[in-house]
Structure formats: C-alpha cells, structure tokens
Design a protein around this ligand. Structure first.
Ligand code: NAD
Length: 449
C-alpha cells in the first residue's frame, strides 16, 4: 500500500484512479434520487457556510456519500475521507472523488486491518476542524490521544501519534470544534463518553433525527439487508424461516421486508417492550437458543456483541445462512464458530462455509454489515435524508461554534421538519397545516369535549 499524489488529484490511497469515470456515472445516478441534498448543495454553493473548514469523514465510501462530499465541497470545505468499514468501499467512487472533487480519499474495498487503520490515521493527520463519523472511529481515536491512552489505539494510529510532539497532539485535538455521528452504535459510544465527562467537543447525533433513524434504519436497512443476503446467496426468501435478532429500527425494517417476501419471521430480543411489539406485529418471538435449530436464515441487527454464539451455531440446520447488519462485526462470534468447525472455505463471493459436525454453516460477508459488503448499502433516496442531516449538522456546528457544550446534541427539530418538508415536496406530496383554532386548542389545557 502506498500513498501517492497525482497532478490531477488530491493525496489519496485508492484502488485505481482509472475507475473514476464509472464512479462519476454511478454517483450521478444516485444524485437523481437525492433532491433534498441537491437543494442543500445549491444553497451551500451560494452561501459557502463551510468556507475555510477542513472536514475529515469516516463514512461508507458509496455513491450517496460522494453526493454528500459534493455538497460539503460546495459549502467551501476541504475534505478527507476514509472508510468506516473495510468492505463497504466502492472503489470507482473513491477514484471519482479524488479526480473530480479533490477529496483526499483513503479507502480500498477489502483493505486489511492494518490498512483500514492507516487510512483512519491519514484522515486524522489531515488536521480537521470538524469530523463526520459512522461508528465513532475518528472521535474515539481523538479521545484516546487526549487521554494519553496510546496503547488503546490501533498500531497505525499509535505510530502516527508517537511521531508527533505532545504540543502537536494537543493542537490536533484542540483544532476539532465538533463532530457529527451517523449511526446508533456510534451514538451509544459517544453518549457513554459524555456520561464519563470526557468529551472534548460537541457532537451532533445525526442518527437521533427522526428523518434519519425512522427512514434510513428502518426502510433503508430493511430493504438493503435483504438485497445483500439475496445477492450473496441467490436464495429464495419465500417459504424460508428467517430469524431477525433485534427488533429496533433496523430489525423492524428487516422483519417487515422479509415477511413481505413470504418468509416466516422469528424475532429474538432482550428488551421486553421490543419483544412484545414484535409479537403484536405478528411475529414469533423466542430466545436465540430456541430459534437456532429452526432458522434457514439468521441476521443480527442489535448493536450488541456475540448475539449468535457457539451454542447456537452447533444447533443450526445444514445450510443455515448467517449474517449481520449491525454496525460492527462483533454480533456473530466467529472465533467461537471457527473453534467448533472442522473446516472452513469460501464457497462463493462473500460466503464462507464452516463445517460443524458435518453440517454446513454459511457465514456472509465475514459477519460485517451485509447490506454494504454484498450489496450497495441503502438506496440513494433514503440516504438523501440521512446526508441532508449530515450536511446541515456540519453547517449547524459551524454556526453554533462556541455556543454548544461538549455533549451529544440533536439537530433542532425545525431542521428535522425542514428535511421532511423538502422530501415531501420532492415526492409531490402535500400535507395539512394547523388551523389557528387547532393551534390554540393544542396549546390550551382547559378546553374539553
Ligand atoms: N446495516 C446498516 O446499514 C445500518 C443502518 C443503521 C444502523 N445500523 C446499525 O444496526 C444496529 C441496530 O441499530 P438500530 O437503530 O436498530 O438500534 P436500536 O437500538 O433501535 O435496536 C437494537 C435492538 O436490538 C436489541 N438487542 C440488543 N441486544 C440484543 C440481543 N443480544 N439479542 C436480541 N436483541 C438484542 C435491543 O433491545 C434493541 O431493541 C446498530 O449497530 C446500528 O449502528 C446498521
């Protein structure tokens, strides 16, 4: 792996710049389905709210992200981008961003652990004023540096930091005035940091916007996870027993879509209210130990660790398909599976076959987000809203500089509402507004029947 600079592009480490034309074509295709982000980009081009700011982004490098990069660039930002998952990078998009947008891109699909963290180090070394994360990798590295916990950093980041003077390290973290976070798992980590009182700058939890989690996590993950499973295996969903672990926003989306394809859906949960909701929605609910021998397909979407373990794998049927669509690759205990297996081989792209007591267990995408590993992530029209939130969150952090506490914040509800209104307008849908009488009624306490 080498870092190169070419006269036509920014510093980068991508697969092949010759892929840029294809990346550009596909990014333009996504752009058609992103009317809200397009409007924000056009306004940014005039108003330049991010002028002079350096933004480091750790996001899935996809066509939709390329449109976000274009909007941030139109706002005047200089941008570095690394991947938030080693398997989710679209190499042609990475090439397009370098060549046509001058983004410093450090991302290669299938990069190994060392390269993944080298790329994160390069994005940090860019010296950002703002960061955008999908899983809190940049922000947690910055805080490990502030706290002097260099042993907890991945070796490539540690080596970069060790080569800096103490004053340079402080300056790098002090320069960061705020950050945005895309996903549930990242927000959980950041809230834990806020609770410990160690956050060094304000964070906008993009995931907490209603126009993000109600659409991206539910409809986006629901459809694209099924898409990833089908592309990886070409299995018939109809008639299968489909086990969904976790009935949060993502799990509800997947359960709904798997049922729509004709699967019999079983839900596993640890939260009694979510389990009850799944039951009321018409799904069978049971512990994973009971579901393990019944499922044909298993998918975890919990944000938790080791949801499917050795005791579950050994009970599964021959040919069971197992995957994850939660943020980190920790939901399936693959080390434990390897220990109880007699052999492992790749039988198809993104499909590893483990032999357990003569039964084949098929693990997809090495337990990483299957919708990004084997498919293309969320449809652009849903990322339109997520990334409208990201772009407006960057603007909000700049506008509010000095006014926000070092805590986890939501975007103001007016911005959330504005994104929904823009999306509805783009879809040609209209909605009612309150009458004066209704406004008064809702604000009163003494008007009864
Ligand atoms: N694949 C994608 O593109 C994508 C998109 C958005 C979010 N995510 C990720 O998906 C995960 C879930 O996100 P969400 O928004 O649905 O979160 P959520 O908090 O709404 O739901 C998670 C659910 O999992 C349940 N759970 C926790 N541990 C469990 C266990 N051991 N067994 C069964 N259920 C368990 C929780 O009770 C909760 O109901 C997160 O890691 C998030 O970052 C992935």
């Amino acid at each position: 792996m080498t870092m190169t600079t070419v006269s036509t592009g920014a510093p980068h480490d991508v697969r092949d710049l010759a892929l840029a034309d294809e990346g550009k074509r596909r990014t333009e295709w996504a752009e058609h389905a992103m009317p809200v982000l397009r409007q924000i980009r056009d306004r940014f081009r005039t108003e330049r709210p991010l002028a002079g700011r350096k933004i480091s982004c750790c996001l899935h490098v996809t066509t939709e992200t390329a449109n976000l990069m274009s909007a941030l660039g139109a706002g005047g930002a200089e941008i570095a981008l690394c991947a938030s998952n080693p398997l989710s990078t679209q190499d042609d998009v990475a090439a397009h961003l370098v060549r046509d947008h001058g983004v410093h891109v450090y991302a290669i699909k299938g990069e190994d652990h060392e390269t993944y963290y080298t790329h994160i180090a390069q994005a940090l070394g860019f010296g950002p004023d703002l960061t955008q994360d999908d899983g809190a990798d940049l922000v947690s590295a910055l805080h490990m540096i502030t706290l002097g916990r260099l042993d907890d950093l991945a070796p490539p980041i540690r080596r970069m930091v060790e080569a800096m003077s103490p004053a340079e390290r402080v300056a790098m973290v002090k320069r960061v005035r705020g950050s945005t976070e895309e996903t549930t798992t990242g927000v959980i980590r950041l809230k834990a940091m806020a609770k410990e009182g160690i956050l060094a700058f304000p964070i906008v939890a993009v995931n907490d916007s209603r126009t993000k989690h109600m659409f991206d996590n539910r409809y986006g993950t629901g459809q694209s996870t099924l898409d990833g499973i089908i592309r990886a295996t070409n299995l018939l969903v109809a008639g299968s027993t489909f086990v969904v672990a976790g009935y949060g926003w993502c799990g509800r989306g997947l359960a709904m879509r798997a049922r729509g394809h004709g699967a019999h859906v079983i839900v596993t949960e640890i939260d009694p209210v979510a389990a009850l909701e799944a039951r009321m929605d018409g799904f069978e609910v049971m512990p994973m130990a009971q579901a393990a021998p019944r499922g044909d397909v298993f998918c975890t979407l919990t944000g938790n660790i080791h949801v499917i373990r050795a005791e579950h794998f050994v009970q599964m049927k021959d040919g069971a398909v197992v995957c994850n669509s939660g943020h980190f690759n920790v939901e399936l205990d693959l080390d434990a599976l390897a220990k109880v297996s007699s052999a492992k081989r790749e039988v198809r792209a993104f499909v590893d076959e483990y032999l357990v007591d003569g039964k084949r267990i098929l693990v997809l995408g090495e337990g990483r987000l299957i919708n990004l590993a084997a498919a293309e992530g969320h449809p652009a029209s849903v990322m339109d809203m997520s990334f409208a939130n990201q772009a407006l969150a960057a603007e909000y952090l700049v506008k509010q500089e000095g006014n926000l506490a070092a805590d986890v914040h939501r975007l103001p509800v007016e911005i959330d509402d504005q994104i929904a209104a823009l999306k509805l307008a783009a879809m040609g849908a209209r909605y009612d507004v309150l009458t004066a009488e209704q406004t008064r009624y809702l604000a009163s306490w003494d008007a009864g029947t």
